[in-house]
Design a protein around this ligand. Sequence first.
Ligand SMILES: *[C@@H]1O[C@H](CO)[C@@H](O)[C@H](O)[C@H]1NC(C)=O
Length: 767
Amino acid sequence: MRFGSLLLAAASVASAVQAYWLGDVPHRGLAPFAGNNYPVFRNVRDYGARGDGVTDDTAAINAAINAGNPCNKGCASTTTTPAVVYFPAGTYLISSSILPAYFTHLIGDAASPPTLKATPNFAGFGLIDGNPYYSPVLNWKAVNVFFRQIRNFVLDTTAIPPATQATGLHWPTSQATSLQNLVFNMPTAANVVHVGLFMEEGSGGFITDLTFNGGATGASMGNQQYTMRNLRFNNCKTAIIQLWNWGWTYHGLSINNCQVGIDISAGGPSKVETGSITLFDSTFTNVPVAIKTAWTYSSSPATAGSMVLENIALNNVGVAVQGPGGTMLTGTGGSTTIAAWGNGHSYLPNGPTNFAGPITPNPRPASLLGANGRYYVRSKPQYENLPASSFLSARAAGARGDAAADDTAALQSAIDASVAQNKILFIDHGLYRVTRTIRIPPGAIIVGEAFPVILSSGPFFNDINNPKPVVQVGATSGQAGYVELSDFIVSTQNVQAGAICIEWNLATSGTPSGMWDVHVRIGGFTGTQQQIAQCPKTPGNPAVNPNCLVAFMAMHVTKQAKGLYMENVWLWTADHDIDEQLNTQITIYSGRGLYIEATSGPFWLWGTGSEHHVLYQYQLANTRDIFMGQIQTETPYFNPVPNALVPFPPVAALNDPDFRASCARGGEGNCAAAWGLRVINSKNVLVYGAGLYSFFDNYSTSCSTFSAGQTCQQRITSIEGVAENVNIYNLNTIGTREMINRDGNRVAWYADGVNTFASNVGVYKSG
Ligand SMILES: *[C@@H]1O[C@H](CO)[C@@H](O)[C@H](O)[C@H]1NC(C)=O
């Protein structure tokens, strides 16, 4: 015993010097609604996990996850019991699944990712099962699984016999979730049946920096939509099997020595299950069949299997695209690059033209590019080279985070102190109530712990005629400088008709400023006073409850701002109460989603969503050089009772849509409904995948089917004025009759683009 504890002491001394800062910083996170002593941070070693590759650590890891009784088996969802479960470097032997709770992040040492190694007789659906089948249905409704991450692990199934079913990670989840920096190691035997990543449902989502080695299938996936980038597949039989989707954006895939690269042939030509994929800046090396599709000129549904390829390098690829009838695009024994190619429906700018063949690649503005002509990308920084002493804790600096105290002054001084001391501000978990604008100055680097919330409150933010930012980045539009922000949430409390959750003023030259996993979450959770008790849904009643105006705008990028990289950013007005176990719907009103009116780019929107805002989800005006992919939107569920004429009067200075005027000019159906995407007088707006959805009419989904005529709203995409190089790949709309409008005129009609569940336009170019 004594010898053992000496070893442990020695190990912890060593780790105090070398370990990842997240393990070393003092842990002060507070979950104000979880009761006293609820541990936000858990180090699996403190719960008995050894990480020695010999001891079975399964029970200890699950004990760390379940400490404090978070939202696990049988719980619908929660925001009140957040957790970070931290794994120091080591090899953790497991014999059954690790079962993370809702709103729980599993994070390994970023400098030395721990290995989760399955025993030969491992039992379970995934080394990590992110949504178990305790019954015939998933534990959590997949489309309501938000706010969870898994980062920095090696998932190793090589000890499981190759012919025995095994899955690395089961991940049916949705928005504001992410996987980052994972390696899946699987056997390479000919009879292997292992699968690295499996998902069958959900409304994702974002995934980056995964490597799959071996196995029958690297990733086998069905989901509404996803953005995935930097995925590497080595020696898998099939790299990716797409089970079903509406739209999928893949960037930076590297598929090597696999027999099939991406298989989107599920369902076959008579019932194609893959709605669409957009694949760009990727390589296939030593792959006999790069892409296998079920699409033909006469396959069904008409546009299903829509595909756009751009900048795809082939090295020793037998067939580039193989259809049911044979080769659609040949490969090469040497090397070649597909500049751009596709199949589906094109509108250049009018259509549809049903096509399969080369297309003109998007002209890419140099400002949007990184290395080798590819679009610029940068994964969320994890600061693995910095010691714990580089971090300043917001709570240690005096902020309370208890959802009650006014933290305005304390949080501001913590931010300012971090910049002055050249440190990273670590916002310990908590709800930081603020009654004035929080200013993030140039030089700030901020990292949250399990999505701490900056919660606006009080009359300062409640004047619809004099809106105020909750978080302001850069003091004035065009202030020069650089920031990095990750892993926190901006929200509002009670009635906040004048709250602009994030105002982005900063003009960054050189390396872009970044927002990674920074979300706006408005309403529907404990502490907001915007829940069922205050704002129940009121189907059929067009009267607006004035106490349920909860935001003026989610995010405003102002005129002189530039140089912002956004990745996995979800600007969500809640449609339901996350903290109520029936997930009952609520009716709250947020005026606007994301508004970019910066006169010059660049801006990147990798894996962003904007949902349930009244006037629009995305609006771009007088701007340029913007990359977007995949974007996802939803119209408010109460639409059109009331419609978008209320309660936010249009503000001309913000280029708000004036539905009273535009719908008077021949607008039919539910014309006065939120735009999913509105682009005014803009240039080089390049959309690589868009899912613009309108599921509801007066809280009923009966309008969002082909048999009902997709009547939830009349129009959803508007391109107005000068539009130079405003191009959209794989636009998928639901519940909307006119898919694209140009200056009020219909360009694309839902019934011409029938896809699996959405309507699809494969290629739109404004000309
Ligand atoms: C809206 O739905 C409610 C109940 O679901 C119904 O009573 C009402 O008549 C509907 N109103 C309209 C305008 O469709």
